[in-house]
Design a protein around this ligand. Structure first.
Ligand code: ATR
Length: 288
């Protein structure tokens, strides 16, 4: 009698979790690759993290994704971090090795790969404006440093957070210039005619409103080849991307980062190429 391989369990933990598109995307990948595995959404509150890990170990879970708000709070419960996760200070992918949990971060590489795949990566030395200074911003700043951009202006409502990020990233990447700016447009002292990319890493746009800040942006002074990127992927056409499109700029949606960070997570768990096309189709279908 041949012994059947056990079904592998994977999943995503977050609070809330019902909105996550990862189960649709990852289950499509498992199906396409004929893997006997299931990817389950788990609603886990912060105080339940240790219990979840205990349970996951007892079930011999292969691994899981981590989303808001646990990307940083999961770290003390893990046994080891990859250098990238350590550098970013956040974990979005966990894999079990025996009884140990290893934390990875595929967000920065996911963002970079999505720009490259869509031929929208800024050239070395580029001037970039980034809105936001939260957890998601850190992965984007890492991706931009890897792309060897020249100068990043970080605009944030709480300017102290932008200053802290600018200082920290300058220490790690002395060849890149970082300037922190407050939210008020009167203080936006970047030269707009040199800006090659504008990126929103804040949660503005999740609800499809909040157009005021984007209307204040000096679009008319931007070079026509500038690219506008939004990490928000629902709605796919966020207020920022709508305004940018109408102004004639190329846009980059957050869906690409979601896809590529998921594909890289799949590759961490299964050590084989992820079925990108099938995963992308699943994402587009679940957004309809
Ligand atoms: P995430 O991990 O998703 O990045 P976060 O760390 O809470 O979440 O960061 C959210 C980002 O969106 C921050 O830059 C936040 O600005 P503050 O640092 O000033 O809080 C920004 N943000 C959220 N709501 C906002 C709003 N209504 N106006 C401007 N910025 C907002």
């Amino acid at each position: 009698m041949t012994r059947q391989k056990p079904i592998q369990i994977l999943g995503v933990i977050g609070d809330p979790i019902h909105h996550s598109l990862s189960p649709a995307m990852q289950n499509r990948a498992l199906h396409t690759k004929h893997l006997s595995a299931a990817y389950i959404p788990f609603h886990v509150q912060e105080k339940q993290l240790p219990d979840f890990l205990k349970w996951a170990l007892s079930q011999k879970m292969t691994g899981f994704n981590v989303t808001i708000p646990h990307k940083e709070t999961i770290i003390p419960f893990l046994d080891r971090l990859t250098p990238m996760a350590k550098k970013i200070g956040a974990v979005n992918t966990v894999i079990r090795r025996g009884s140990r949990w290893i934390g990875h971060n595929t967000d920065a590489d996911g963002y970079r790969l999505s720009l490259i795949e869509e031929k929208k990566a800024p050239p070395p030395g580029a001037h970039i404006v980034v809105f936001g200074a939260g957890g998601a911003t850190r992965a984007i700043l890492h991706a931009l440093a890897d792309l060897k951009v020249g100068h990043i202006w970080i605009i944030n409502r709480t300017v102290e957070k932008a200053q802290k990020l600018a200082k920290e990233f300058l220490r790690q990447n002395p060849k890149v210039k970082y300037t922190a700016l407050p939210w008020e447009k009167e203080a936006w002292e970047f030269p707009p005619e040199t800006i090659q990319m504008v990126i929103n890493t804040t949660s503005l746009g999740l609800k499809g409103k909040d157009k005021k800040i984007w209307k204040a942006f000096p679009w008319k002074k931007l070079p026509p080849k500038a690219i506008v990127s939004d990490l928000v992927y629902r709605p796919q056409w966020t207020p920022l991307l709508m305004i940018a499109k109408h102004a004639g700029f190329r846009t980059h949606s957050g869906l690409g980062m979601l896809l590529h960070q998921g594909a890289l997570a799949f590759e961490v768990w299964f050590r084989q190429k992820a079925p990108l096309k099938a995963m992308k189709r699943a994402l587009i279908e679940s957004l309809k």
